[in-house]
Design a protein around this ligand. Sequence first.
Ligand SMILES: *Cc1c(COP(=O)(O)O)cnc(C)c1O
Length: 362
Amino acid sequence: MVYNFNPGPAVVPPVVLREAAENLVDFRGQGLSIVEMSHRGKAYEGVHQEAIDGCLRLYGLGAEFTVLLLQGGASLQFAMVPMNLLPADRSADYISTGQWSRKAIEEVEILGRRCRVAGSSEGENFTFIPSQDQLTLDPEAEYLHLTTNNTIYGTQYQTLPRSDGVPIVADMSSDLLSRPLPWGQIGLAYAGAQKNAGIAGLTVVIARRELLERGGAGTGVPTVMRYSTHVKTNSLYNTPPVFAVYLFSLVLRWIEAEGGLEGMARRNAHKASLMYQAIDQSGGFYQGHARPDSRSAMNLTFKLVNRALEGLFCAQAEAAGLIGLKGYRSVGGVRASLYNAMDEEGCRVLAQFMGDFASRHG
Ligand SMILES: *Cc1c(COP(=O)(O)O)cnc(C)c1O
């Protein structure tokens, strides 16, 4: 048995994996696997709709929102967002809080569309989330793009900025379904499922119908990359990633059974407080990357004051069954991903290991 702190693909609730394994060979007594049946048949369509409805229900969203089940990862959304939502004569605002935000901005530039950086923490190595008064928002912007949780740097918006009527477009790849959200200002949110919502292959888009129908940028967008195509076909334009959608539906059921998003938020806050205590009470042996007011409940990032010990830290952790702790390749240090499916026990074991390691080497 291991405790899996991988950033993505990442830990999946064990009950979900067990149920999926049982149904992989014979789906709910149908005599064939979910991966062998038509995506236009009744059995799969039930799963597909359950995923869409479950996602809306968990977030408490009404008919003005829709859920699209797509492919291509969050990385394709970096391009699909401006292709569909940003007409050539308009501009969008982007807040730059890490490598993923930067990649989103790059795609706008590749497409030859206009965007402004409305706020950035790049000058301080992405250690914080810019506050409202550090943003220079364009009231005429078509949308405001931000990354709710910065997987690599371990920072997270505690509350969304005020956007004064400009719809927020949010990359929620690493904190989708981790907490309830006020959707009043959000126009569209997207996430690859492989961090907090299941397995790779599925990209979840939650959006206001009105925004998708505007479809502004429209011309020259290939059929499969138009949101309107997927709205019209209920995400069955082409073959969806059936197994990843099935896994997603099971993850949604698991969240519901565990107290919904309030339950997840409570559990995640508790886990995060255990882990940040391990840093704050180490007498400087461990140094958190994120500024305390911007700390992520999903990805804990830190360095050892003696950087030469980081390799040993990760090796001994792995030997103790604590895996996936090496920091992102361009950042170094240690990163522990604490997604919904990581339980409190895993966090306690890691916190204990950190304390023991510090007392051996401090
Ligand atoms: C992982 C990640 C991505 C990239 O997701 P893919 O599904 O691999 O394209 C984008 N944004 C954030 C915040 C991420 O954590």
